[in-house]
Write a protein of this length. Sequence first.
Length: 364
Amino acid sequence: MARTEKLFDEKQPLEIADQGCFYAGGRYVETDGGRSMLGHMFVQYQVPAKRRHPHPIVMIHGGGQTAVNFLGTPDGRRGWADYFLASGYAVYLVDQPGRGRSGYYRGYGRAVHRDADTIAGRFSAPETRKLWPQAALHTQWPGGGAAGDPAFDQFYASQVESMTDIAALEGMMREAGAALLDRIGPAILLTHSQGGPFGWTIADARPKLTRGILAVEPNGAPLYEQKFTGAPNWFEDDSVTRPWGITRGPLTFAPAVRDASELKFARQDKADGPGLVRCWLPAGTPRKLTNLAGIPILIVTGEASYHAPYDHCTSHFLRQAGVEHDFVRLADVGIRGNGHMMMLEKNNLGIAAFLSQWVEKNVK
């Protein structure tokens, strides 16, 4: 049974059978300053003494973040890594290439770092700006949500520069993720935000080693980035950032696709409901994502997140591509008030329990 109580303390310590770190992927390139390595990914892991699940959880963070997202919360509570470890899973945490302990090199090109007000308006206090219809429902951030609040200051301190060339990063993550699964064997991928497409492409590269995908608000919607404008219209199509539908780079379709320009899209005439984006979806007979079909997949979306208006579009795209999965709005299962950074919010262990219950039921 999934656990939400205190996971471990001095009276009931957590026993670790093994822990360590290594690098996955990476290749040498010639630069003006000599030979260098690009694309390598830092991995840290822990294996519990009482392992109850055969497949480890690999946690892949989102944009501007590192594995710190899963290690704890900004107000000092246990994080998702602790939860799954105490529940009997081996846990692997990664820092994406060019991020955190993976290191940033000139060969990655330009980087971007977001200011505190932007971070607060998107993640910790969206209810103050109300740029999307669901933002006012946000209640779960542990603190005031703006600069000067201790929890926010801890969260903002964790933000790091990210390379702007996300297509190149996606290719590096495909290679590094495949190398990681080659090393550790079959695993469950838990992805968040920008890390969402990395889950699709790693699974596409290693379908037999991907036992399940927990896609926590995976980067979307298909094709176009969404710009949030506030009431009354709320949304605008921005640039095309995912020309392959749910990724920037190639996926294995049937019939085969040589170039993203072969994929044609049409926009829904009417949104699925109030406060939702009209999805861009494949036009005509959809091609099938053969490597993703058959992998147990869960997509979860928070009630108040900026993903609430459009994650259903990712679900539609996958289903049309022959990829059956579960799409769950957390509010529909009684988990209310969450924003995008739900692994840090007040009810984070309740969400982890829901994820664990789904894995126990669906992943063999």
